[in-house]
Design a protein around this ligand. Structure first.
Ligand SMILES: C[S@@+](CC[C@H](N)C(=O)[O-])C[C@H]1O[C@@H](n2cnc3c(N)ncnc32)[C@H](O)[C@@H]1O
Length: 217
């Protein structure tokens, strides 16, 4: 999503980052053309995601929610050359655009893009498990399902990232009638902190980036 903290802080933090390459900029521009750029990661949020991917030395990684490929391109940059990214996208037009862009950027053979509902399509890659990490950035209603799936298919010590866990209203416990999506995200956050299979934090970015590690036992 677009903001990390205030716009000034966002600008300041992004001033430390290197220029984005033409492929990444093309993904951002296409998302903008679809009027969906506001649901793509900001440059600093992508930097946070990639920081964890590199520090955890992830090789086999999953992303849920490709959109135009902005975050996926950054993830591919962060994986070693022998690494692989499985990225899931419901919308075939978005998936086709992203796939062509990944090839153009030289990542042919290093990614698999899977079109359809991730809730069903994840079953098609179970034989590839265990995975080193997963980034959840698709439909919020299925975050609890994705968490459960991740705990089954990540390696012990594997990395779990999820964006938007503090989306507007989630943390407002005074709201008497929170809408469905907020209730679902609250349930996800509860599970994140209580599940004995996981140790997790939520980084208090504007959107809330959850970072979890699958426990060894
Ligand atoms: C927040 S956007 C992803 C943004 C992307 N990670 C980025 O930073 O550029 C969420 C994407 O998830 C896709 N999506 C929604 N529901 C889905 C589902 N059930 N399975 C797979 N993808 C889904 C949407 O079509 C949308 O493109």
């Amino acid at each position: 999503m677009a903001r990390v903290t205030s716009d000034n802080t966002k600008e300041y933090l992004e001033s430390f980052l290197p220029e984005e390459n033409s492929f990444v900029l093309k993904a951002k521009a296409e998302a903008r053309r679809w009027q969906k750029d506001q649901i793509s990661l900001s440059a600093y949020e992508a930097h946070l995601v990639c920081f964890f991917i590199r520090q955890f030395r992830c090789v086999r990684f999953i992303e849920l929610g490709t959109l135009a490929g902005y975050s996926a391109l950054k993830i591919l940059e962060s994986l070693p050359t022998e690494g692989h990214l499985w990225t899931f996208e419901l919308n075939s037009e978005r998936a086709q655009f992203a796939s062509a862009l990944f090839d153009e950027a030289g990542y042919k053979g290093r990614y698999t893009i899977i079109v359809g509902r991730a809730e069903e399509q994840l079953a098609t890659i179970v034989a590839e498990a265990p995975f080193d990490g997963i980034f959840i950035d698709a439909n919020k209603s299925s975050y609890p399902f994705y968490l459960d799936w991740s705990l089954k298919h990540l390696k012990p010590g594997g990395l779990l990232l999820a964006d938007n866990t503090l989306m507007a209203g989630v943390a407002d416990t005074h709201s008497p009638h929170p809408e469905k999506m907020i209730r679902e995200l609250r349930a996800f956050n509860q599970e994140l902190f209580q599940n004995p299979g996981l140790e997790a934090v939520i980084l208090p970015t504007m959107e809330g980036l959850a970072v979890g590690v699958k426990r060894f036992s």
